[in-house]
Design a protein around this ligand. Structure first.
Ligand SMILES: [Cu+2]
Length: 331
């Protein structure tokens, strides 16, 4: 009896050890590969992407950080990314800023490896590079017959790592940009999209009269992308033009009942966009855009949509309005 006693003592210990090992394996399964950046970890094979982009994160002056396509070209907002449904894009971030940085996208498909957060260990330190992979899918029917929407939309990307869990300091430093995903049949604008980012009581840290001037010739198709960041809610208003409150800002058919608006309420991390025909029914001019929260507009949240004539000349009327806008704001 006494001979078998040690064996009976060993059995529970052995079972406990085996359970611990099994538990450790199961626990580590979801995290295997989380710091790697292998094709299998991404939403699509990084060796077969449709587009490759390099983005640099760089300090701008003392308090700002931006993204740029080349060294020394960081801007706020950063470069506008464009994708078409069905495409996969690999964005290699070269962090040349002084703190941790990442890319976190809204609206598209990505895996944990491209989530761009501390939680998923997909931030990178200063001097490091990392490739983030985004996939935009087309709409389709699920097996139950319901519609799975496509990725098309006016989205955005931003830092999620600078000096905290949520990228708050990155966003307030200027680390954000627009991400436009088009459906295959979407019309393409005639001029570069006008990206307006409402943050604090500014448009991308600028107040009137230093806010962006969106320019187009009469009759051109112009695309606006409006992104909100920070802690304020805003109401974006554009003079002389209006759009449908839909995914693209357009109506699908003549009897599409979607609401037509020229003023939209937005909150932090909201984004929307639309296309207008510059000066349609109203002609050339310096048309104002502004936040319609009155104390925000009074603090300088306004700018100009400059519609020139068909040959690209600024009309005398538009010039007078531009001068009044410049002279009416003291900063
Ligand atoms: Cu506002």
């Amino acid at each position: 009896v006494t001979v078998r006693k040690p064996f009976r003592l060993w059995m529970p210990i052995l079972i406990l050890v085996m359970a611990l090992v099994a538990g450790a394996v199961v626990w580590s399964l979801p995290t295997i590969g989380r710091t790697d950046n292998q094709p299998a970890d991404q939403a699509c094979d990084v060796t077969e992407v449709d587009k490759e982009v390099t983005l640099f994160a760089e300090n701008i002056g003392k308090s700002r950080v931006g993204y740029g396509l080349r060294r020394g070209q960081a801007s706020i907002p950063g470069p506008t990314m464009e994708m078409t449904e069905g495409e996969c894009i690999a964005v290699t971030l070269k962090n040349r800023s002084d703190r941790k940085a990442s890319l976190h996208a809204h609206g598209v498909d990505y895996t944990r490896a491209s989530d761009g957060t501390r939680l998923t260990r997909s931030c990178i330190g200063p001097g490091k590079d990392r490739t983030y992979v985004w996939q935009a899918h087309t709409d389709s029917l699920r097996t139950d017959g319901s519609v799975e929407p496509g990725s098309a939309g006016y989205w955005h990307y931003h830092d999620h790592c600078r000096m905290g869990e949520h990228g708050t300091r990155g966003i307030y430093a200027g680390m954000f940009g627009a991400l436009i995903v088009r459906a295959p049949d979407d019309p393409v604008p005639d001029v570069e999209p006008c990206v307006l980012v409402m943050i604090g009581t500014t448009f991308a840290f600028k107040r009137a009269p230093n806010t962006p001037v969106c320019e187009a010739n009469l009759g051109q198709r112009v695309e606006f992308v409006v992104i909100t960041h920070g802690d304020e809610f805003h109401t974006f208003h554009l003079h002389g033009h209006r759009w449908a409150d839909t995914r693209s800002g357009a109506l699908e058919t003549l009897d599409d009942p979607s609401r037509i608006i020229d003023n939209k309420t937005t909150g932090p991390a909201d984004s929307f966009g639309f296309q207008v025909i510059a000066g349609e029914r109203v002609g050339p001019g310096a048309w104002m855009y502004h936040c319609h929260v009155q104390n925000h507009s009074d603090l300088g949240m306004s700018g100009i949509f400059l519609v020139k004539d068909e040959e690209g000349r600024i009309t005398p009327d538009a010039q007078r309005a531009l001068d009044a806008f410049q002279g009416g704001h003291h900063h």
